[in-house]
Design a protein around this ligand. Structure first.
Ligand SMILES: [Zn+2]
Length: 199
């Protein structure tokens, strides 16, 4: 009996998750489909690592890690307002942009190095000039720089990129991949591209 109840519960859970996901997609297609790739470096590397189990099985990775040369510009994926500019031991320097439609984008482990891996940088190496709390940013605007601050110290420099809708993190890998393809196209054929890269 217990088994059957659990089975039904799981089915309902899968069904409601599916419905939630499709409603979300329908409502926010435009926002996600027009997002700008967050790192301005054609040598960026990423894969779908959303949902990977990390920290010896202690946590789920709720973001996509985009590896790129240290110091590569990180750009806002869409217009918005700077919601957070902060430092924590685990995240290092990070920025959150509120897109004022329920979506928030986060850019984590920004650059804290001046030379090599010295951790002697700070807000000046992590955040771009003109970025301040409450300030407006536009899609494609440089907001910070790729690094390895926080618990990423000494790893391959990368930005932990994450998007949340109403506080909940979503796997938007497919949209990131599409934004990457638009970026590559822009680099190869800038004149023919209708993309908004880069203001
Ligand atoms: Zn990550």
């Amino acid at each position: 009996m217990l088994k059957r109840t659990s089975f039904i519960f799981i089915l309902v859970f899968i069904f409601t998750s599916f419905i939630q996901q499709s409603q979300l997609n329908a409502k926010h297609n435009h926002f996600l489909e027009s997002m700008v790739f967050p790192v301005r470096n054609v040598m960026s590397h990423f894969y779908d690592d959303w949902g990977e189990i990390r920290g010896n099985g202690n946590r789920v990775h709720e973001g996509i890690d985009i590896r790129a040369q240290k110091g590569s510009p990180i750009v806002a994926i869409a217009d918005g307002v700077v919601n957070t500019l902060a430092f924590t031991e685990s995240s290092g320097y990070y920025i959150a942009i509120d897109h004022q439609n329920g979506w928030l984008s986060l850019y984590v482990h920004l650059d804290d190095d001046i030379n090599g891996n010295d951790n002697l940088g700070g807000r000046n190496t992590a955040f771009a000039d003109g970025i301040y709390l409450g300030g407006e940013v536009i899609a494609g605007q440089t907001i910070g720089y790729v690094g390895d601050s926080g618990n990423a110290d000494g790893t391959v420099p990368h930005v932990h990129f994450e998007v949340r809708y109403m506080g909940k993190s979503y796997d938007i890998y497919d949209y990131i991949k599409s934004s990457w393809e638009r970026f590559e196209k822009y680099i190869k054929f800038p004149k023919n591209s209708v993309s908004i890269y880069f203001k």
